[in-house]
Design a protein around this ligand. Sequence first.
Ligand code: SF4
Ligand code: SF4
Length: 90
Amino acid sequence: MAGRITIDFERCKGCGLCVAVCPKASIGISKKANKSGYLPAETSNNNCTGCAACALICPDAAIIVYRDDKENSKSTKAQESKNSKRISKQ
Ligand code: SF4
Ligand code: SF4
């Protein structure tokens, strides 16, 4: 299953928990600080499966996970956005 995430850089405190739990090494730590002075997490490759481990462990709810529907795996970018499912612990 294809997945992707978005990270709210300003909410992130750079704790690194999401980096540690990602089974696909899809998250790294940025070298550029956010407004609070933390080095936030950032996506580092396109191997995300949408497992949501990162979002579940994030203490600041800074990550949103999207899972794309299987039948639409060949769809265009706009269609993927329309057909994807948002996964969140909020
Ligand atoms: S959803 Fe899973 S695979 Fe994707 S970035 Fe988060 S932990 Fe990694
Ligand atoms: S777990 Fe949350 S707060 Fe910690 S580095 Fe990842 S996104 Fe930032």
